[in-house]
Design a protein around this ligand. Structure first.
Ligand code: AMP
Ligand code: MG
Length: 343
């Protein structure tokens, strides 16, 4: 009888020990992490980090995501004469031009954000971008006459989209679409989608500072993103650290890209209503549910200024912003931004 009890206890101990080993093994099976390193795409530097059950899946998801980003760049690069957007810019005033679903999608979203921001966000700024580029190269300010010529071609209401056949048409000659303020955020969204499809369980896509992330890091933590000080951009000085997942972040600012004429810097973001350069804010960071929204709203807030910009951010669900006015060090934050603060 005693012996039987002893054997029973021994068997129970053995079972507990086996369970302990099993649980320990499962806990120790950390997901794999892979990093792409820096790649040049969309006129900037992009990098991707992937977390997946194994290294092979992590790498595959990175390659697949970059494949998607390169395909989008081919569609949306207005400086490539063979891109679809170039074909639209050349011909859409003459006849409706049919485009790929992805291009139609970003055009539709662009018009949505134009309406939402009272035209502060407007992809028809193409002719203004071209004018300022030309003037910066010649080191001469645009003349009133040059600005007047451009005026009649800017305005999102001049773009007609037909969802029945994915076609685009312009109502006047001279309209030229520029997706520079939304394409990187859109591409980050599509890259995240592609990574998930390939089996990644977490990841961070960074296309020139437009960031999209999902899932958790391999240490099961949130993703940490640093916001740079626009006044000390060369030193990579960080003024705020944010921690989150399943979100996107976009920063618009005049510290990286600008026009220089007569030794003076001019913002590369325009107010479509006045054709003037947006010069009130040094940097605008928007946190949103997806990259397309973050990218479009960061540009729009740069145009609208702190007060009106924050109004739109507060009205948009799941969206927060950190704004720095030109010449100031103070951070102006939307109401809910603190919940993303990371020490
Ligand atoms: P971002 O860095 O995302 O703010 O995008 C800025 C780029 O978008 C500029 O370099 C222009 O190509 C284009 N852009 C300038 N002003 C606007 C605007 N008001 N709405 C949409 N795109 C703009
Ligand atoms: Mg933008």
């Amino acid at each position: 009888m005693k012996n039987q009890k002893f054997n029973f206890a021994l068997a129970a101990l053995a079972i507990i020990f086996i369970f302990y080993l099993l649980i320990n093994r499962l806990e120790n099976k950390k997901p794999a992490r892979a990093e792409s390193g820096n790649k040049v795409v969309m006129n900037t530097i992009a990098k991707i980090t992937a977390i997946a059950p194994d290294k092979k899946t992590a790498r595959l998801s990175i390659d697949s995501a970059f494949g998607k980003i390169y395909r989008l760049e081919k569609l949306m690069n207005r400086y490539d004469p063979n891109s679809q957007i170039s074909k639209v810019n050349r011909l859409a005033a003459k006849e409706p031009i049919r485009v790929d679903k992805d291009l139609f999608d970003i055009l539709q979203q662009s018009i949505y954000y134009s309406r939402k921001t009272d035209g502060a966000f407007d992809i028809t700024v193409g002719p203004l971008v071209d004018l300022w580029k030309k003037c910066a190269e010649a080191n001469s300010m645009p003349t009133e006459q040059q600005l007047a010529e451009v005026r009649g071609t800017v305005g999102y209401e001049k773009v007609i989209l037909d969802a029945n056949d994915f076609s685009v048409r312009f109502v006047v000659e001279g309209v030229s679409l520029d997706l520079g303020a939304i394409a990187k955020g859109f591409a980050a969204d599509k890259a995240v989608e592609e990574m998930k499809r390939c089996g990644a369980v977490g990841g961070l896509v960074d296309i020139g500072g437009q960031i999209g992330c999902f899932g958790l890091t391999e240490k099961k933590g949130k993703w940490i993103v640093g916001i740079r000080n626009p006044a000390k951009a060369e030193d990579n000085q960080i003024i705020a650290k944010l921690a989150f997942s399943d979100k996107a972040v976009s920063t618009s600012g005049d510290y990286e890209r600008f026009y220089k004429i007569g030794g003076k810097r001019f913002s590369h973001i325009f107010n479509p209503a006045t054709e003037k350069n947006a010069d009130q804010l040094a940097s605008v960071t928007v946190i949103a549910a997806n990259g397309t929204e973050a990218d479009a709203l960061a540009t729009a807030v740069s145009v609208l200024g702190a007060e009106k910009g924050l109004e739109i951010i507060e009205k948009t669900e799941n969206t927060e912003a950190i704004i720095i006015k030109a010449g100031s060090k103070d951070l102006i934050k939307s109401r809910g931004v603190e919940r993303y603060s990371s020490r």
